[in-house]
Design a protein around this ligand. Structure first.
Ligand code: G3I
Length: 318
């Protein structure tokens, strides 16, 4: 018994969730679980560029402020997501030339990170997100194609200047196991740190699917990053299944969840695990993978699933 956050804290870890702003404002059941069970919040969408600065210097902090206020009221931390990404970035940025794009990036980071720099709840940021292709090449994004790989170091330096105390992360998906993509990330982090670029943290998103198997070298992979001197964390965990749910699929999913928690518990440098939502009522999965879903800890009626019990038990005794 006892909420997840109590058990996580006893192990020295955070347990987070990605928040959708509408139910956070409007649904008591959502709000109650959000404040009771979790110690950290990531905004699922509202700190992204297309929400915060949809046109040049036209700022909208309403959703971001809502999440930060909720966190402060409930003694929770906020992980900022995300500053520089190829997705959910408005067209006005994508069309700029190199000099203007770099300066738009600096302005965006300074203003957004600067807004929360003295806020005790906001403790970390995803500075760059998803900069690699699956084969380990840099992703062919408008950032890379306009600025070359220097945009990555610049983004970290701008973020450090805007908030010297925030923990600054690089974040990606399909980097949970040891593979070409995670090795490219490893090499980049090593090289950036050798150049004194302020990369403090590596985020493994953890969008898992039972049909693809569990990345059994997750712990080993986290450990090799930790040896570079960075903190590691799981930032966007969910475990989707092919619908419909069955008790066998629920059980497999629960095992994946406990495996992730146990890997983080086994690595001192792992700060915690964030789940990409908590109720199957609000999840990106069915919109993206129409025959898949049920990826989270609670069903659409806010009933705990075996995955919840697995996370709870792993934090409690794992
Ligand atoms: O807000 C608009 C609404 O006005 C419009 O009517 C509706 C119709 O399409 O779209 C709404 O925007 C959607 C937005 O979520 C808010 O619900 C976008 O279409 C939709 O694309 C967007 O999806 C988000 C996705 O990132 C975009 O890439 C998901 O909610 C969010 O969970 C997902 O999160 C990402 C992480 O940021 C990075 N890692 C992968 C992860 C999963 O894709």
């Amino acid at each position: 018994s006892g909420p997840l956050r109590t058990h996580a804290a006893a192990r020295g870890k955070f347990i987070g969730f990605a928040a959708a702003t509408s139910p956070l404002a409007n649904e008591a059941a959502y709000r109650t679980i959000a404040q009771t069970e979790f110690s950290q919040i990531t905004a699922e969408n509202v700190m992204k560029w297309d929400t915060t600065e949809s046109s040049d210097n036209n700022w909208n902090f309403s959703g971001a402020d809502q999440i930060v206020a909720f966190a402060a009221a409930n003694n929770q931390q906020v992980h900022g997501h995300t500053l520089v990404w190829h997705s959910q970035t408005p067209g006005w940025v994508q069309g700029l030339g190199a000099t203007a794009m770099r300066s738009a990036m600096q302005d965006h980071i300074s203003t957004l990170v600067g807004r929360y720099a003295n806020n005790a709840s906001v403790v970390s940021w995803d500075v760059v997100n998803e900069v690699f292709e699956e084969n380990g090449n840099f992703r062919s994004s408008f950032w890379y194609n306009t600025l070359g790989q220097s945009f990555i170091a610049d983004a970290f330096r701008y973020a450090r200047a805007a908030d010297p105390d925030a923990r600054l992360c690089i974040n990606d998906y399909n980097v949970e196991g040891i593979n070409a993509k995670s090795t490219a990330m490893y090499n980049l982090v090593q090289s950036l740190r050798a150049q004194n670029v302020p990369v403090d943290c590596v985020g493994f998103q953890g969008h898992l699917a039972t049909q693809y198997g569990f990345p059994s070298d997750l712990q080993q992979n986290m450990q090799r990053f930790a040896a570079l001197g960075v903190q590691v964390r799981v930032t966007e965990l969910d475990v989707r299944i092919q619908m419909p749910r069955t008790s066998a699929k629920d059980a497999t999913q629960a095992t994946y969840y406990s495996n992730v928690i146990n890997a983080c518990l086994a690595v001192t440098a792992c700060a915690g695990v964030t789940i990409w939502g908590f109720t199957d009522k609000y999840s990106w999965v069915p919109d993206t993978f129409p025959s898949e879903g049920a990826a989270l800890l609670y069903d659409a009626n806010y009933q705990q699933k075996p995955a919840y019990t697995a996370v709870h038990n792993a934090l409690d005794n794992g």
